[in-house]
Ligand binder design. Structure first.
Ligand code: GLN
Length: 294
């Protein structure tokens, strides 16, 4: 690519100009982070890291690249999240591929990874066996396994597509030998026992559907979002089977929606669990309950 004299005001045909053009279009559409989104999408089309956009800002774009960049921009203007357009999301410093059947991993869910790793002393750092219910991309199980090299795990999901995605992520991350994935309804039908059961189930109440952003409502799979009329249906369905497969001194680590701690705690008791700890996310919202059989 040839160099041209610097011009920081015009829109195209340089890389920087295209970033400015996309930023302006995203801004007028009211998107949340127009500049960042523009930079990531342009870098994605060009096949380099977003941080390199500044270095290459004055390089001329060829017509083909300019044309290739238009579809991702239009997808973003239709409120598709950047992660879905580029096909990956970073979680716990690891890269996870997304598919239409998987929830886009949220930073809040890293609270559960921390809670799981805090249990290393409880388990004497042993080669524990972990079950992830509703595994989606596999992010929760795989992030924990990445930090617990002796542990192994099984991820279950009701969606075949999600199971395939989780398997592919395990492969890409080099964790496949320790992570198995199967299609199924929560822990139903499993005969083995597990030292740790983790889950980020769907917990949004149906009536909250209209408050969701288009990015979530139109692009995350509904089965991964909604937990029935009151948002608690998945806990009711899952907890008894999770209890059945739990080792006597095992631990359950589940994600909850904001303000669901009292309601989910009430469901845990009759299902045979006793809450041991509550963990807050970075916004100081109780996001995770740790429970033991009891
Ligand atoms: N935490 C996600 C959200 O608030 C929802 C995913 C879920 O229900 N587990 O958008």
């Amino acid at each position: 690519m040839a160099k041209v004299p610097e011009d920081h005001t015009s829109t195209g045909p340089t890389i920087g100009g295209l970033v400015r053009e996309f930023t302006a279009r995203f801004e007028s559409a009211g998107l949340d982070s127009p500049r960042l989104d523009a930079r990531i999408l342009v870098a994605h089309v060009l096949g380099f890291e977003p941080s390199h956009v500044f270095l290459k800002s004055d390089e001329i774009l060829d017509a083909d690249t300019r044309r290739d960049a238009e579809l991702p921009a239009e997808r973003r203007l239709a409120h598709e999240p950047v992660s879905r357009i580029i096909g990956t999301r970073e979680f716990w410093g690891l890269e996870f591929a997304l598919t239409p059947e998987t929830l886009d991993p949220r930073p809040d869910t890293e609270t559960l990874v921390s809670a799981a790793l805090e249990l290393k002393p409880h388990f004497n750092n042993a080669p524990i066996r972990i079950l992830d219910l509703g595994t989606g991309t596999g992010c929760l199980l795989l992030a924990i396994l990445s930090e617990w090299p002796s542990a192994t795990g099984l991820g279950m999901d009701i969606s075949d597509g999600a199971v395939a995605a989780a398997r592919a992520n395990a492969d890409r991350l080099g964790i496949a030998p320790r992570a198995e994935f199967r299609t199924g309804n929560w822990a139903d039908g499993l005969a083995d026992t597990f030292d740790m059961v983790v889950s980020n189930p769907p917990y949004i109440a149906e009536e909250e559907r209209s408050y969701l952003s288009a990015e979530v409502a139109e692009f995350d799979p509904p089965a991964a979002l909604f937990g029935g009329v009151d948002g608690l249906a998945a806990y009711r369905a899952m907890l008894p089977s999770a209890r059945r497969v739990m080792a006597p001194d095992g631990r359950l680590i589940i994600e909850i929606g904001s303000e669901q701690a009292p309601a989910v705690t009430e469901l845990l008791g009759p299902a045979g669990f006793k809450v041991e700890a509550q963990k807050k996310d970075l916004a100081h919202i109780v996001r995770c309950l740790v429970a033991r059989p009891g």
